[in-house]
Design a protein around this ligand. Structure first.
Ligand code: SF4
Length: 383
């Protein structure tokens, strides 16, 4: 049995955005107010219905992601979280995060979110340079971000993440570092910063532009420089890198995301949301009309993970964390040490300077060089 098996995380998907960003392949699209309200109604039915299977679970985090969850009105957020509280058994100190985009919030709304129980905001900034923001089709400017950030502080939020992106069209290491410095100069600066590089996903406008040779993207050397600068600048400013792309002040690591990396059970609610409970993966369908008509009946088929798949996940997800894979947890879950299954791979990567033990042999983690080559190392744990 996994440790803490009786705990559960909730993910709630809000698939609406003001306008599609040019790099985005998430399940999200613009929709009118009426559709959004119908969606909230459907979600409430799904939450109430689905929760009956999880009466024995302690919910430790709720994460409203999207899309743009901050498109929900004050009233919709209150009804949504009210239904969550009424349906699930929530831990006293549950982390409740909402993703918010500048341009979709104001002080009144943020205050209402706080009153509804939201205690963590994740603000999508991506870049502090208005030219870069326009090049990726974001709806907001740096100035609008500043306004949203200051309103979030005024509304009492004391746990804020800011999402940033590197390797954007037209971006240089200098402009990227400028963004980092501007974010660090906020008063007070955010408790958490996520920094991912742009990935060109097929089916997006930026992908097509790139294929047509129309995109001026930083080259690989520049990408590496930005990656290294992220770590240097954020660590100098007192943030700990606790996952490949995530930095936080001590105690502000995102509990919900740590749950994914530690393979805690999670239940996804809403359009297309995926779940993993009791080593069974399942997902809601992605057709909006179907979901609106029958939110409880649109679940796609379930997939029970084999023990080998569970072990692989345990290893490659755990390795994303700076503290690494909990080897004792592995033993408790599977009845053997990771070395008994992956001995040769572990030894080789230790020899190559890519893996190391921490806390005695309690954790197996990527070294700094291993973090740089994380995908290469993690792939070796897949059958
Ligand atoms: S706001 Fe987020 S989810 Fe919405 S289109 Fe942009 S990147 Fe995609």
């Amino acid at each position: 049995m996994m440790r803490g098996e009786m705990e559960l995380e909730l993910y709630i998907h809000i698939p609406f955005c003001v306008k599609k960003c040019l790099y985005c392949d998430f399940l999200s699209a613009p929709a009118g107010e009426e559709t959004r309200e119908r969606y909230v109604q459907a979600l409430l039915s799904e939450i109430t219905g689905r929760s009956r299977e999880y009466r024995d679970r302690l919910v430790t985090s709720v994460f409203l992601g999207g899309g743009t969850p901050s498109l929900l009105t004050d009233g919709q957020m209150k009804r949504l979280l009210g239904t969550v509280y009424g349906s699930f058994f929530l831990a006293q100190d549950a982390e409740i995060t909402v993703e918010a985009n500048p341009g979709t919030v104001d002080l009144k709304k943020l205050t209402a979110y706080g009153e509804a129980g939201v205690n963590r905001l994740s603000i999508g900034l991506q870049s502090g340079d208005n030219g870069e923001l326009a090049a990726i089709g974001r709806i907001h400017t740096w100035e609008q971000f500043l306004e949203a950030y200051s309103q979030a502080r005024q509304a009492g939020f004391a746990n804020i993440n800011v999402d940033l992106m590197s390797t954007l069209p037209g971006q240089t290491t200098e402009s990227y570092c400028g963004t980092l410095r501007k974010v660090l100069a906020l008063d007070p600066p955010p408790e958490h910063i996520s920094a991912y590089s742009l990935i060109l996903e097929e089916g997006t406008v930026l992908y097509d532009r790139h294929q047509a040779g129309l995109l001026d993207l930083p080259d690989e050397d520049e990408d590496r420089r930005m990656y290294r600068e992220t770590k240097r600048i954020l660590e100098e400013a007192g943030y700990g890198r606790y996952e490949i792309s995530n930095y936080a002040r001590a105690g502000f690591e995102c509990r919900h995301n740590c749950g994914y990396w530690q393979r805690r059970d999670y239940l996804g609610l809403g359009l297309g949301a995926s779940s993993m409970t009791g080593n069974v993966r399942f997902q809601n369908g992605e057709e909006l009309e179907h979901y609106l008509r029958d939110p409880l009946g649109c679940r796609k088929e379930e997939n029970r993970l084999t023990v080998t798949e569970q072990m692989e996940e345990y290893m490659f997800l755990g390795l994303r964390l700076t503290e690494g894979v909990d080897t004792e947890g592995f033993r408790e879950a599977f009845g053997c040490a990771p070395e008994e299954i992956y001995g040769a791979v572990i030894e080789k990567n230790i020899r190559d300077g890519l893996l190391r033990y921490r806390r005695g042999r309690g954790h197996l983690a990527l070294t700094e060089r291993g973090m740089d080559l994380a995908n290469y190392v993690m792939a070796q744990f897949l059958a």
